[in-house]
Design a protein around this ligand. Structure first.
Ligand code: PLP
Length: 429
């Protein structure tokens, strides 16, 4: 346990000191499905949520619990729920508030998987996602009606890498009773969305938090600062009796345990019913990753800024996409919301178009050619011939992907080796 607020300390100490049974300092992998109740009274108190504790690993697990406490502490939140993937975290963060007939308003700048979830699967389930332009925060208000249950956005969305106006949109939502859910996957440590009014964070832990490309996982973090009760009819999921839990009204039932109605409902209803649980093994992997996250983010940011500067001077590079070289309102937002660096992602456009993009990728020797970000290793992809190849040329342009666009996820190797690999691959174009 620690009183510190410093991320470097929190990731090592928050939520766990040593195993009470064995004294183990590393968080044990509690590879168990179930937990012996002390007696029948204990069992019924757990089920009635009069006492929090372990019942069954689909809903909670002690290894998972430490991971959740650490990430909640890191984000300045009150509680968290780890799940089996980033996709599960995004879906559940919304399904915890919105039902058939409801809507949410989302930024257009999204990871492709989230876009599919919003434009197709949630729609098929009766939840409408209305898309708003992040360049104009007021577009969120304009898309809002009585059935709007949440706003949704990514802090540092690729490929455009334009930082989202967190405070501007959170400030529109709060008086209307609408929480802002931020996908902070690309900016852990360097952005704390709760400091700017976001109510809920989601992460794909698969990326920077895991950091080593070994495990898929996601997490939902509750700031504890959103007044669900005051929002009244805006949030029937939290303010009306829940038939599937003895008629519990979550904002009332959970009050003695703290401002955790949202995250408790996500756990005991959605995780119970949908079952996208994180495995204890993977929770352990994420705890290992988390221990060095602040260190790694510093190196990712430092290396990415150096790469952006290098590419900016290269005559085969037409444009560099990185927050460090943005101007005007985009730069103001990057500087207002990112602290200690501009993240590990860099985009650039090759003057030679698609053929140049493909030739560049083929020539890389150290960078991995993968559809991933946030690994300790440097990664590259040419979206026009891979992730975005099914899109029409107009849609590619709208999403910020031109024929010659290359996305780099800069790792923590020595910067000289990163630049050397880019240099020799550019020479081959
Ligand atoms: N959010 C962002 C910003 C992502 O980049 C990704 C995956 O690439 C996800 C969510 C989905 O995460 P996962 O692959 O862990 O399901």
């Amino acid at each position: 346990m620690t009183e510190s607020k410093n991320p470097e300390t929190l990731v090592l100490h928050a939520g766990y000191r040593n195993d009470p049974a064995t004294g183990a300092v590393a968080v044990p992998i509690y590879q168990t499905t179930s937990y012996q109740f002390q007696d029948t009274g204990h069992a019924s108190r757990l089920f009635a949520l009069q006492e929090l504790g372990n019942i069954y690993t689909r809903i909670m697990n002690p290894t998972q619990d430490t991971l959740e406490q650490r990430i909640a502490a890191l984000d300045g939140g009150v509680a968290a729920l780890a799940v089996s993937s980033g996709q599960a975290a995004s879906a559940m963060a919304i399904q915890n508030l919105a039902w058939a007939g409801d809507n949410i308003v989302s930024s257009t700048d999204l990871y492709g998987g989230t876009w599919n979830l919003f434009a197709n699967t949630l729609k098929q389930q009766g939840i409408e996602v209305r898309f708003a332009d992040p360049a104009d925060p007021e577009s969120f208000r304009k898309a809002t009606d009585d059935r709007t249950r949440a706003y949704y956005a990514e802090t540092l969305p690729n490929p455009k890498l334009r930082v989202f106006p967190i405070k501007e949109v959170a400030d529109i939502g709060r008086p209307l009773g609408i929480p802002l859910i931020m996908d902070n996957t690309a900016a852990p440590i360097i952005c704390r969305p709760f400091d700017y009014g976001a109510a809920i964070n989601v992460y794909s832990m698969t990326k920077y938090i895991g950091g080593h490309g070994t495990s898929i996982g996601g997490i939902i973090v509750d700031s504890g600062t959103f007044d669900w009760e005051a929002a009244g009819a805006r949030h029937p999921a939290l303010n009306t009796p829940d038939d599937s839990y003895h008629g519990a009204v979550w904002t009332e039932a959970v009050k003695p345990l703290g401002p955790i109605a949202y995250i408790i409902r996500a756990r005991v209803i959605l995780l119970r019913d949908l079952g996208a649980a994180v495995s204890p093994q993977n929770a352990f992997q994420f705890i290992q990753g988390l221990e060095t996250l602040p260190l790694r983010m510093r190196e990712h940011c430092r290396n990415a800024s150096a790469v952006a500067e290098y590419l900016g001077k290269h005559d085969k590079v037409a444009t560099v996409i990185h927050p460090s070289n943005q101007t005007g309102e985009e730069k103001r937002r990057a500087d207002a919301y990112l602290n200690g660096g501009y993240g590990g992602l860099v985009g650039f456009e090759l003057a030679g178009g698609k053929a140049a993009g493909q030739a560049f990728i083929e020539a890389l020797k150290m960078f991995y050619h993968v559809a991933n970000i946030g690994d300790a290793r440097s990664l590259a992809i040419h979206p026009a011939s891979t992730t975005h190849s099914q899109l029409s040329p107009e849609d590619q342009e709208a999403t910020g992907v031109s024929d010659g666009y290359v996305r780099l996820s800069i790792g923590i190797e020595h910067i000289d080796d990163i630049i050397a690999d880019l240099e020799q691959a550019l020479a081959a174009v």
